[in-house]
Design a protein around this ligand. Structure first.
Ligand code: SAM
Length: 252
């Protein structure tokens, strides 16, 4: 799978944006000292770091299906309970957590409603489930410009715009289908300054996620054309890439 990559490759590609969402997601879920929280689809730990900062490692658990990410999590977060598992089958008893969060994960779940139902099950009644998904549908995720360039060269390309939760209202519909109540819908932001086009582009070639595996799978000539199409859409020198994600919280 496209997350079977080195944790550092993820950090450089997507972690550079996702770490900017962590505080906003923990606030949305109302995570505060004294609670116990679960990070579902932790990756190498952008959100886990914020949960540990608020709660202490012994009050945080994380699940992640990718073997290299689980290994990185275990070395980065001693004391956190880290299990190799998927959202659709969480290895915890009912009501184990005050909050269960999934940052940029719902759109990758095999069955997003089943994943959210599981997150609800392991959260105590009255606790909070929260998730966010990039606004790929509106082209406002950090990869919007990349997919725009890819579509210019190949109108049939499978971008991420149709994934579950990636369009306005879609994530909240999934929460409702999972039986979560008192929903709060909001937008979380991750505006990142890039030093140069090269600094922005290089991580795309390392095979991370759908955009990275698409790039890495192109032959050298097509990859060079895609790179140039991206370059034409970006200014010379440094630039800020504004990114937005749909975020929802609900009561279990
Ligand atoms: C875009 S990354 C987000 C990682 C991290 N939460 C962050 O904010 O940086 C998506 C993560 O979801 C994981 N994932 C994919 N399918 C999953 C599933 N069914 N259940 C749980 N995690 C899943 C991937 O392995 C990957 O680590």
């Amino acid at each position: 799978m496209s997350f079977d990559v080195a944790a550092t490759a993820y950090d450089d590609f997507m972690g550079r944006y996702s770490r900017l969402l962590a505080e906003q997601m923990a606030d949305l879920a109302g995570v505060r000292a004294g609670q116990r929280a679960l990070d579902v689809g932790s990756g190498p730990g952008a959100l886990t770091a914020e949960l540990v900062r608020r709660l202490g490692p012994e009050h945080v658990a994380a699940v992640e299906p990718s073997t290299p990410f689980v290994a990185a999590m275990r070395s980065r977060f001693p004391g956190v309970e880290i299990l190799q598992a998927s959202a659709e089958s969480l290895p915890f008893a009912a009501g184990s957590f005050d909050a269960a969060l999934a940052q940029l994960v719902v759109h990758f779940m095999t069955d997003p409603v089943a994943g959210l139902v599981e997150m609800k099950r392991v959260t105590r009644p009255g606790g909070v489930v929260a998730a966010c998904v990039w606004d790929h549908g509106g082209g406002l995720g950090p990869l919007g410009l990349f997919w725009q360039a890819a579509r210019e060269l190949d109108p049939e390309v499978h971008d991420e715009s149709r994934l579950a939760g990636a369009s306005e209202g879609s994530l909240a519909s999934l929460f409702r289908a999972a039986g979560l109540r008192d929903l709060q819908e909001t937008v979380v932001a991750a505006d990142l300054e890039h030093e140069s086009f090269e600094e922005w582009w290089a991580p795309f070639t390392r095979g991370v996620g759908p955009a990275g595996s698409y790039t890495a799978g192109l032959d050298p000539e097509r990859q060079a054309r895609l790179r140039e199409a991206c370059r034409r859409l970006l200014p010379a020198g440094s630039f800020v890439l504004p990114a937005r994600a749909w975020a929802v919280s609900g009561v279990a």
